[in-house]
Design a protein around this ligand. Structure first.
Ligand SMILES: [Zn+2]
Length: 262
């Protein structure tokens, strides 16, 4: 009992002195989420984080190292689309910030290929988020492989770089998904702070959630697809408020000190 107390005290002191949140935690709350969705989300977070914390999965990250100061990685999922992705890129350009985009392969044609190339050319990461955005936990090994390879080929065709970083649609993973990703040399990125922009289509609630729950080293989940105009509206204030609090924005490869491409 005494040993347990000493251990707990050491953990509390370590957290206090390094100023960092636990490595294995996904945050993000809003009073606008209904009770059922909140319950579902908490259960999903618990079920997702547990095997990662217990070391069951290799090459997967929720966040960067909070002990390295007030850094933050902005990540945008589900682009390209011809409207909101361009707007997000305009905002990032205005503030001189580099971000990471997890893009879907299937819409990456014509004007959507143009905005993909623009994101890459302006110094953002263009990363793999599957070809059709399915739940990978419902697919066979062969289907997962097909999703990864077709998306990667399309991204490489547009940008010239095949991604090494991958984010599973809906954050849906299990042992088979992780084994397939690892066999193909992917690094899997989840997130430690959910802006909840996919659920709460309210600019002020998104800003409030992000600025209240942010911790150094966070990987922030946002979306830049067609239905996410509230994220676009929230983004300038999120950037300004966090910059005023001393946060620096990093790409995922800078934050994790790993190569994003093959
Ligand atoms: Zn997605």
């Amino acid at each position: 009992m005494k040993k347990l107390f000493v251990l707990l005290l050491a953990i509390v002191q370590f957290s206090f002195f390094t100023g960092c949140a636990p490595l294995y935690e996904i945050r993000g709350e809003s009073p606008l989420l209904d009770a059922n969705l909140t319950r579902f989300l908490h259960q999903w977070r618990e079920d997702t984080v547990r095997p990662i914390a217990e070391g069951d999965y290799a090459n997967i990250y929720l966040r960067g190292n909070g002990a390295k100061g007030k850094t933050l990685a902005l990540t945008f999922d589900d682009s390209p689309d011809e409207n909101n992705t361009d707007k997000v890129l305009d905002i990032l350009k205005h503030y001189g910030i580099k971000a990471s985009f997890f893009m879907i392969g299937s819409p990456m044609v014509e004007s959507n290929a143009t905005v993909t190339k623009r994101a890459f050319d302006e110094g953002h990461l263009v990363l793999n988020h599957s070809f059709n955005h399915p739940h990978f936990t419902k697919l066979t090994h062969e289907e997962i492989t097909q999703e990864l390879q077709t998306a990667s080929a399309r991204i490489e065709n547009v940008t010239g770089c095949a991604p090494r970083f991958f984010r599973p649609p809906y954050g849906a993973i299990n042992q088979q998904v992780m084994d397939t990703l690892n066999a193909q040399g992917y690094i899997t990125l989840l997130w430690s702070l959910d802006s909840l922009d996919w659920a709460i289509k309210d600019k002020d609630a998104i800003i409030e959630n992000v600025t209240t729950h942010i911790q150094p080293g966070d990987i922030l989940l946002m979306h830049s697809s067609r239905s996410n105009h509230a994220s676009v509206e929230a983004l300038p204030q999120i950037i300004e408020r966090l910059q005023n609090r001393g946060y620096r924005f990093q790409r995922l490869d800078e934050m994790l000190e790993m190569k994003a491409y093959r």
